[in-house]
Design a protein around this ligand. Structure first.
Ligand SMILES: O=C[C@H](O)COP(=O)(O)O
Length: 332
């Protein structure tokens, strides 16, 4: 990995306060959508080289892992979620690594990027995070399938915002992509964005269900044209979730959109990212393709329920030379 530590060492608490203008969207440009291509074999070749490259070591690795923590949407999305579980998760978001370790690593006060829950758990998360500045993200619009009546999906967004969610992770209607109905995808996305008001909207594409990388690229573009603040790979519930080829396609769509419009849209890979070494590969790919500006929590998040535990183990090893047992990092 040829990446330097420059971006990694600029962590959340040291950030200059950059205010990124929200993507207002554009009109639907069907000619642009039709021109979008994805060369699957070239994309797969590029991605195959990434994990095998020389890895980042020692202090540099620790700096990148701290960066990864600041970009995690710490997530619980289970049918048996309870307020107590959400409270424990929020305690972990407030202090993702033991205080003495953060002191030793020079990052006291580091937090995760957000906590991500179902609608019913928003009040528990909001009260547990009060005063921290950590936003609550809610999955919405009939997550994960997104097939409930449309007016109820819009109502769900409004209720989640009213309950205190500052970020709304919506699911798109996959059938609009599979049938090439870009107008329908654009219209539903624009309506969801409008329902969010000031809350930021992340469009979950469920890429594992879109059939081709070209469809992923075109759906990414249409969602950005309709005003997405972030595009996100997956719900974590599809049989194939975040992958490197899908990531390359989506971040190149983000780059194209920025070059055409001047607006930066964020990226959130989600589902199945549970190892620190995988997080490092994602971060290096973002740095190479989009540059340092995208390595900040306002433009990059990991959607992950168990990544934090592995990062904590790696940081402990970095500091002590020994790995602790997995059960000591049961949450996150
Ligand atoms: O959006 C977040 C995902 O649902 C989390 O997936 P995961 O449990 O595989 O980390």
């Amino acid at each position: 990995m040829q990446t330097t530590t420059t971006a990694a060492t600029t962590t959340k608490t040291q950030l200059p306060q950059v205010t990124e203008p929200r993507n207002p969207g554009t009109k639907l440009d069907l000619d642009w959508v039709a021109r979008v291509q994805a060369n699957t074999s070239a994309i797969e070749r590029r991605c195959a080289t990434l994990p095998g490259r020389r890895s980042i070591k020692k202090d540099h690795q620790a700096a990148w892992l701290l960066k990864a923590i600041s970009c995690i949407d710490l997530t619980t999305l289970s049918g048996d979620d309870t307020e107590r579980r959400v409270h424990r998760l929020c305690a972990k978001a407030r202090q993702p690594v033991r205080a003495e370790m953060l002191e030793a690593l020079g990052m006291p006060g580091l937090t995760t990027g957000a906590v991500c829950v179902y609608h019913e758990m928003i009040p528990a998360a909001v009260s547990a995070l009060e005063g921290t500045g950590i936003p609550v993200a809610a999955v919405s619009t009939g997550f994960p399938a997104g097939l409930s009546p449309f007016h109820l999906r819009i109502q769900e967004i409004r209720e989640s915002v009213a309950a205190g969610a500052e970020e709304i992770d919506i699911v798109i209607s996959r059938r609009h992509v599979l049938s090439g109905d870009w107008q329908a995808l654009y219209d539903e996305m624009a309506e969801k964005r409008e329902a969010c008001g000031e809350a930021h909207i992340k469009a979950i594409l469920a890429t594992g269900e879109l059939g081709s990388l070209r469809n992923v690229a075109r759906a990414s573009l249409v969602c950005m044209m309709a005003g997405a603040d972030f595009i996100k790979t997956s719900t974590g519930k599809e049989s194939v979730n975040a992958t490197l080829p899908v990531t390359l396609v989506m971040i190149r769509a983000i780059r194209d959109y920025f070059e055409h419009t001047g607006y930066r849209v964020g990226y959130k890979p989600a589902g199945g990212i549970s190892k620190a070494k995988d997080a490092l590969v994602y971060l290096s790919l973002i740095k190479e393709e989009l540059g340092d500006r995208w390595l900040q929590p306002d433009l990059f998040r990991f959607g992950a329920s168990s990544l934090l535990g592995d990062i904590e183990r790696q940081l402990e090893h970095h500091l002590t030379g020994a790995y602790s047992a997995g059960y000591r990092h049961a949450i996150g």
